[in-house]
Design a protein around this ligand. Structure first.
Ligand SMILES: O=C(O)CCC(=O)C(=O)O
Ligand SMILES: [Fe+2]
Length: 340
Protein backbone atom coordinates (compact mmCIF):
# COMPACT_ATOMS: atom_id res chain seq x y z
CA UNK A 1 0.00 0.00 0.00
CA UNK A 2 1.18 3.51 -0.75
CA UNK A 3 2.47 4.76 2.63
CA UNK A 4 0.91 8.12 1.83
CA UNK A 5 -2.51 6.54 2.16
CA UNK A 6 -1.95 4.81 5.46
CA UNK A 7 -3.43 6.11 8.64
CA UNK A 8 -0.92 7.23 11.15
CA UNK A 9 -0.13 5.17 14.23
CA UNK A 10 -2.72 5.33 17.01
CA UNK A 11 -1.09 8.16 18.95
CA UNK A 12 -0.66 10.82 16.34
CA UNK A 13 -1.71 13.66 18.63
CA UNK A 14 1.88 14.83 18.48
CA UNK A 15 1.96 14.47 14.72
CA UNK A 16 -1.16 16.54 14.29
CA UNK A 17 0.10 19.17 16.66
CA UNK A 18 3.36 19.24 14.67
CA UNK A 19 1.47 20.41 11.60
CA UNK A 20 1.15 23.79 13.19
CA UNK A 21 3.47 26.50 12.03
CA UNK A 22 4.23 29.28 14.44
CA UNK A 23 3.87 31.91 11.75
CA UNK A 24 0.66 33.87 11.91
CA UNK A 25 -1.46 33.72 8.79
CA UNK A 26 -1.88 36.76 6.52
CA UNK A 27 -4.14 35.10 4.00
CA UNK A 28 -7.06 32.74 4.02
CA UNK A 29 -6.41 29.70 1.81
CA UNK A 30 -8.64 28.88 -1.15
CA UNK A 31 -9.34 25.17 -1.57
CA UNK A 32 -10.73 23.69 -4.76
CA UNK A 33 -13.45 21.16 -4.04
CA UNK A 34 -13.70 19.66 -7.52
CA UNK A 35 -12.39 16.33 -6.12
CA UNK A 36 -14.64 16.19 -3.07
CA UNK A 37 -16.57 13.15 -4.32
CA UNK A 38 -13.71 11.60 -6.26
CA UNK A 39 -13.41 7.83 -6.00
CA UNK A 40 -9.65 8.30 -6.16
CA UNK A 41 -8.57 8.14 -2.55
CA UNK A 42 -5.32 9.88 -3.35
CA UNK A 43 -7.21 12.94 -4.56
CA UNK A 44 -9.37 13.00 -1.44
CA UNK A 45 -6.26 12.57 0.69
CA UNK A 46 -4.70 15.54 -1.08
CA UNK A 47 -7.81 17.63 -0.45
CA UNK A 48 -7.84 16.53 3.20
CA UNK A 49 -4.20 17.58 3.59
CA UNK A 50 -5.05 21.08 2.38
CA UNK A 51 -8.01 21.18 4.75
CA UNK A 52 -5.85 20.03 7.63
CA UNK A 53 -3.31 22.74 6.94
CA UNK A 54 -6.05 25.40 6.87
CA UNK A 55 -7.75 24.06 10.01
CA UNK A 56 -4.58 23.76 12.06
CA UNK A 57 -3.11 27.12 11.07
CA UNK A 58 -6.01 29.42 10.18
CA UNK A 59 -9.39 27.97 11.11
CA UNK A 60 -10.83 29.52 7.92
CA UNK A 61 -10.73 28.61 4.23
CA UNK A 62 -12.59 29.41 1.04
CA UNK A 63 -14.19 26.62 -0.97
CA UNK A 64 -14.17 26.93 -4.73
CA UNK A 65 -15.97 24.57 -7.11
CA UNK A 66 -18.58 23.58 -4.58
CA UNK A 67 -21.70 21.92 -5.90
CA UNK A 68 -24.40 24.48 -5.05
CA UNK A 69 -25.93 26.14 -8.13
CA UNK A 70 -25.83 29.96 -8.31
CA UNK A 71 -29.58 29.98 -8.90
CA UNK A 72 -30.21 28.21 -5.56
CA UNK A 73 -28.02 30.75 -3.78
CA UNK A 74 -29.50 33.82 -5.45
CA UNK A 75 -33.08 32.64 -4.85
CA UNK A 76 -32.37 32.41 -1.12
CA UNK A 77 -30.54 35.75 -1.02
CA UNK A 78 -33.40 37.51 -2.77
CA UNK A 79 -35.84 35.85 -0.35
CA UNK A 80 -33.73 37.29 2.48
CA UNK A 81 -33.94 40.74 0.86
CA UNK A 82 -37.73 40.46 0.60
CA UNK A 83 -38.04 39.40 4.22
CA UNK A 84 -35.87 42.16 5.66
CA UNK A 85 -37.79 44.72 3.57
CA UNK A 86 -41.01 43.86 5.49
CA UNK A 87 -42.25 46.37 8.07
CA UNK A 88 -40.60 45.88 11.46
CA UNK A 89 -43.94 44.92 13.06
CA UNK A 90 -44.41 42.01 10.66
CA UNK A 91 -40.89 40.81 11.29
CA UNK A 92 -41.37 41.07 15.05
CA UNK A 93 -44.35 38.70 14.84
CA UNK A 94 -41.64 36.08 14.32
CA UNK A 95 -39.47 37.37 17.18
CA UNK A 96 -36.85 34.81 18.17
CA UNK A 97 -37.59 35.48 21.83
CA UNK A 98 -41.05 33.97 21.40
CA UNK A 99 -39.51 30.75 20.15
CA UNK A 100 -38.54 27.98 22.59
CA UNK A 101 -35.77 26.86 20.26
CA UNK A 102 -34.14 30.05 18.97
CA UNK A 103 -35.90 30.24 15.60
CA UNK A 104 -37.18 33.39 13.90
CA UNK A 105 -36.34 37.07 13.74
CA UNK A 106 -33.68 39.07 15.57
CA UNK A 107 -34.01 42.85 15.24
CA UNK A 108 -31.21 45.33 14.65
CA UNK A 109 -29.12 45.66 17.83
CA UNK A 110 -31.06 42.67 19.23
CA UNK A 111 -27.85 40.74 19.71
CA UNK A 112 -24.58 41.60 21.31
CA UNK A 113 -22.20 38.95 20.10
CA UNK A 114 -19.22 40.51 21.82
CA UNK A 115 -20.14 41.19 25.49
CA UNK A 116 -17.95 44.33 25.37
CA UNK A 117 -19.98 45.68 22.45
CA UNK A 118 -23.08 47.84 22.38
CA UNK A 119 -25.23 45.65 20.14
CA UNK A 120 -24.76 44.22 16.67
CA UNK A 121 -25.76 46.24 13.63
CA UNK A 122 -27.45 43.39 11.83
CA UNK A 123 -30.86 41.77 11.75
CA UNK A 124 -31.33 38.05 11.28
CA UNK A 125 -33.70 35.20 10.60
CA UNK A 126 -32.86 31.76 12.03
CA UNK A 127 -34.08 28.40 10.87
CA UNK A 128 -33.10 24.79 11.29
CA UNK A 129 -33.82 21.24 10.24
CA UNK A 130 -37.56 20.70 9.97
CA UNK A 131 -38.15 17.60 12.02
CA UNK A 132 -40.35 16.72 14.95
CA UNK A 133 -38.67 15.25 18.00
CA UNK A 134 -38.06 15.74 21.70
CA UNK A 135 -34.33 16.54 21.77
CA UNK A 136 -33.19 19.73 23.46
CA UNK A 137 -33.27 21.75 20.25
CA UNK A 138 -36.04 20.01 18.35
CA UNK A 139 -39.00 21.88 16.96
CA UNK A 140 -40.26 23.38 13.78
CA UNK A 141 -39.26 26.64 12.20
CA UNK A 142 -41.32 29.79 12.14
CA UNK A 143 -42.14 31.32 8.75
CA UNK A 144 -43.85 34.44 7.41
CA UNK A 145 -47.31 33.77 5.96
CA UNK A 146 -47.13 32.43 2.41
CA UNK A 147 -49.51 35.21 1.30
CA UNK A 148 -47.12 37.83 2.70
CA UNK A 149 -43.96 36.42 1.12
CA UNK A 150 -44.88 33.85 -1.53
CA UNK A 151 -42.16 31.27 -2.07
CA UNK A 152 -39.97 32.50 0.80
CA UNK A 153 -40.00 29.21 2.67
CA UNK A 154 -39.30 27.13 -0.45
CA UNK A 155 -36.45 29.32 -1.65
CA UNK A 156 -34.74 29.43 1.72
CA UNK A 157 -35.21 25.72 2.46
CA UNK A 158 -33.85 24.72 -0.95
CA UNK A 159 -30.62 26.59 -0.22
CA UNK A 160 -30.55 25.25 3.34
CA UNK A 161 -30.82 21.66 2.12
CA UNK A 162 -28.07 22.17 -0.47
CA UNK A 163 -25.78 23.72 2.14
CA UNK A 164 -26.48 20.87 4.58
CA UNK A 165 -25.48 18.41 1.85
CA UNK A 166 -22.23 20.31 1.32
CA UNK A 167 -21.66 20.18 5.07
CA UNK A 168 -22.20 16.43 5.16
CA UNK A 169 -19.64 15.99 2.39
CA UNK A 170 -17.07 17.76 4.55
CA UNK A 171 -17.07 15.39 7.52
CA UNK A 172 -15.20 12.53 5.74
CA UNK A 173 -12.56 15.06 4.71
CA UNK A 174 -12.24 16.43 8.24
CA UNK A 175 -11.90 12.80 9.41
CA UNK A 176 -9.08 12.18 6.92
CA UNK A 177 -7.50 15.48 7.93
CA UNK A 178 -7.52 14.24 11.53
CA UNK A 179 -6.00 10.87 10.63
CA UNK A 180 -9.27 9.13 11.40
CA UNK A 181 -11.17 6.68 9.17
CA UNK A 182 -13.30 8.55 6.63
CA UNK A 183 -16.52 7.23 8.14
CA UNK A 184 -15.52 8.23 11.68
CA UNK A 185 -18.16 10.96 11.97
CA UNK A 186 -20.97 9.04 10.20
CA UNK A 187 -22.67 7.74 13.35
CA UNK A 188 -22.16 11.11 15.07
CA UNK A 189 -23.88 13.11 12.34
CA UNK A 190 -27.06 11.14 11.70
CA UNK A 191 -29.26 14.12 12.63
CA UNK A 192 -26.76 16.91 12.42
CA UNK A 193 -27.66 20.17 14.01
CA UNK A 194 -27.62 22.69 11.20
CA UNK A 195 -28.84 26.16 12.06
CA UNK A 196 -28.90 28.68 9.28
CA UNK A 197 -29.22 32.43 9.48
CA UNK A 198 -30.18 34.99 6.91
CA UNK A 199 -28.34 38.16 7.89
CA UNK A 200 -28.74 41.75 6.81
CA UNK A 201 -26.16 44.38 7.72
CA UNK A 202 -27.17 47.97 6.94
CA UNK A 203 -24.26 50.15 5.88
CA UNK A 204 -22.41 51.86 8.71
CA UNK A 205 -22.06 55.45 7.64
CA UNK A 206 -20.13 57.40 8.49
CA UNK A 207 -17.68 54.62 9.17
CA UNK A 208 -17.69 53.93 12.87
CA UNK A 209 -14.41 53.89 14.67
CA UNK A 210 -12.36 50.79 15.17
CA UNK A 211 -13.00 50.26 18.84
CA UNK A 212 -15.61 47.67 17.95
CA UNK A 213 -18.42 48.95 20.20
CA UNK A 214 -21.17 48.96 17.58
CA UNK A 215 -20.32 46.96 14.52
CA UNK A 216 -22.12 44.55 12.19
CA UNK A 217 -21.29 41.55 14.32
CA UNK A 218 -18.95 41.79 17.28
CA UNK A 219 -15.79 39.70 17.53
CA UNK A 220 -16.70 36.11 18.34
CA UNK A 221 -16.05 32.46 17.63
CA UNK A 222 -18.81 30.20 16.31
CA UNK A 223 -20.28 27.50 18.54
CA UNK A 224 -20.67 24.51 16.27
CA UNK A 225 -18.20 22.29 14.39
CA UNK A 226 -17.95 24.43 11.30
CA UNK A 227 -19.79 27.19 9.48
CA UNK A 228 -20.54 27.38 5.77
CA UNK A 229 -20.86 31.06 4.97
CA UNK A 230 -22.10 32.70 1.83
CA UNK A 231 -21.36 36.42 1.74
CA UNK A 232 -22.28 38.99 -0.90
CA UNK A 233 -19.85 41.39 -2.56
CA UNK A 234 -20.06 44.12 0.12
CA UNK A 235 -17.17 42.76 2.22
CA UNK A 236 -16.44 43.55 5.84
CA UNK A 237 -15.71 40.11 7.30
CA UNK A 238 -12.42 40.04 9.17
CA UNK A 239 -10.55 37.16 10.80
CA UNK A 240 -8.07 37.54 13.66
CA UNK A 241 -4.66 35.93 13.38
CA UNK A 242 -2.51 34.71 16.25
CA UNK A 243 -0.81 38.13 16.52
CA UNK A 244 -4.18 39.80 17.03
CA UNK A 245 -4.17 41.34 13.54
CA UNK A 246 -7.46 41.48 11.63
CA UNK A 247 -7.19 39.92 8.16
CA UNK A 248 -9.90 40.72 5.58
CA UNK A 249 -11.88 37.73 4.32
CA UNK A 250 -12.59 39.51 1.05
CA UNK A 251 -15.60 38.27 -0.92
CA UNK A 252 -14.48 35.94 -3.72
CA UNK A 253 -17.25 35.30 -6.26
CA UNK A 254 -18.26 31.65 -6.55
CA UNK A 255 -16.86 30.64 -3.17
CA UNK A 256 -18.07 29.89 0.31
CA UNK A 257 -16.10 30.65 3.43
CA UNK A 258 -15.78 27.71 5.80
CA UNK A 259 -14.69 28.36 9.35
CA UNK A 260 -14.29 26.08 12.31
CA UNK A 261 -16.26 26.56 15.49
CA UNK A 262 -15.77 25.76 19.16
CA UNK A 263 -17.19 22.22 18.98
CA UNK A 264 -14.33 21.25 16.71
CA UNK A 265 -11.79 23.10 18.84
CA UNK A 266 -13.04 21.15 21.87
CA UNK A 267 -13.23 17.88 19.99
CA UNK A 268 -9.66 18.25 18.73
CA UNK A 269 -8.27 19.66 21.97
CA UNK A 270 -7.53 22.91 20.09
CA UNK A 271 -5.57 21.28 17.25
CA UNK A 272 -8.25 22.64 14.92
CA UNK A 273 -8.66 26.37 15.47
CA UNK A 274 -11.90 28.16 16.18
CA UNK A 275 -10.85 31.59 15.01
CA UNK A 276 -12.23 34.93 16.15
CA UNK A 277 -14.00 36.96 13.47
CA UNK A 278 -16.22 40.05 13.10
CA UNK A 279 -18.03 42.06 10.45
CA UNK A 280 -18.18 45.80 9.82
CA UNK A 281 -20.10 46.89 6.75
CA UNK A 282 -18.34 49.99 5.47
CA UNK A 283 -19.30 49.38 1.82
CA UNK A 284 -22.04 52.00 1.75
CA UNK A 285 -24.41 49.24 0.52
CA UNK A 286 -26.68 46.78 2.22
CA UNK A 287 -24.82 43.57 3.04
CA UNK A 288 -26.42 40.12 3.09
CA UNK A 289 -24.89 36.87 4.24
CA UNK A 290 -26.07 33.34 4.98
CA UNK A 291 -24.11 31.35 7.55
CA UNK A 292 -25.03 27.73 8.20
CA UNK A 293 -23.66 26.38 11.46
CA UNK A 294 -23.02 22.70 11.20
CA UNK A 295 -22.85 20.63 14.35
CA UNK A 296 -22.94 16.98 15.29
CA UNK A 297 -25.85 15.06 16.74
CA UNK A 298 -26.74 16.72 20.02
CA UNK A 299 -25.90 13.70 22.18
CA UNK A 300 -22.29 13.42 21.00
CA UNK A 301 -19.74 13.91 23.78
CA UNK A 302 -17.16 16.56 22.94
CA UNK A 303 -14.22 14.63 24.33
CA UNK A 304 -10.87 14.82 22.57
CA UNK A 305 -10.77 12.67 19.43
CA UNK A 306 -8.40 9.69 19.67
CA UNK A 307 -5.83 11.26 17.37
CA UNK A 308 -5.84 14.58 19.19
CA UNK A 309 -4.75 13.58 22.66
CA UNK A 310 -1.88 11.49 23.90
CA UNK A 311 -2.22 9.00 26.73
CA UNK A 312 -2.07 10.80 30.07
CA UNK A 313 -2.67 14.21 28.54
CA UNK A 314 -5.51 16.14 30.19
CA UNK A 315 -8.26 17.47 27.92
CA UNK A 316 -8.25 21.27 27.81
CA UNK A 317 -12.02 21.55 28.14
CA UNK A 318 -14.71 20.15 30.38
CA UNK A 319 -16.46 17.30 28.54
CA UNK A 320 -20.08 18.09 27.68
CA UNK A 321 -22.45 16.98 24.94
CA UNK A 322 -22.61 18.98 21.73
CA UNK A 323 -26.27 19.87 22.46
CA UNK A 324 -25.57 21.12 25.98
CA UNK A 325 -22.69 23.19 24.71
CA UNK A 326 -24.55 24.90 21.86
CA UNK A 327 -27.66 25.50 23.91
CA UNK A 328 -25.74 27.16 26.72
CA UNK A 329 -23.94 29.42 24.23
CA UNK A 330 -27.21 30.36 22.52
CA UNK A 331 -28.87 31.08 25.85
CA UNK A 332 -25.98 33.42 26.75
CA UNK A 333 -26.24 35.21 23.43
CA UNK A 334 -29.94 35.94 23.69
CA UNK A 335 -30.20 36.40 27.47
CA UNK A 336 -29.22 40.08 27.32
CA UNK A 337 -32.14 40.99 25.10
CA UNK A 338 -34.80 38.70 26.55
CA UNK A 339 -38.08 40.44 27.24
CA UNK A 340 -37.19 43.49 25.13
O1 LIG B 1 -22.02 37.73 8.10
C1 LIG B 1 -20.91 37.20 8.10
O2 LIG B 1 -20.12 37.31 7.15
C2 LIG B 1 -20.44 36.42 9.30
C3 LIG B 1 -21.52 36.07 10.25
C4 LIG B 1 -21.03 35.36 11.46
O3 LIG B 1 -19.87 35.37 11.78
C5 LIG B 1 -21.97 34.61 12.30
O4 LIG B 1 -23.20 34.74 12.10
O5 LIG B 1 -21.52 33.87 13.19
FE1 LIG C 1 -19.48 33.79 13.18
Amino acid sequence: MDPHLELHTPIPGFLLADQRTESSFEEIPIIDFADVASTDRLKRRDLADKIRDACVNVGFFYVRNHSIPDSTISASVSAAGDFFALPTDSKLELDIHKSPNFKGYTALLGENTNPDGHGDLHEGFDLGWEEEGDGPMAGVNVWPEEAVLPGFRDRVLRYYQAAVKLGQSLFPLFALALDLPEDYFDDKTTKPAAIMRLLHYPPQEPALDDDGRVIGIGAHTDYECFTILWQDAAGGLQVQNADGKWIDAVPIPGTFVINLGDQFARWTNDIFKSTMHRVTNRSGQERYSMPLFFGTDYDVLLEPLPTCISPGQTPKYEIVTAGEYVQSRLAETYAHSEGN
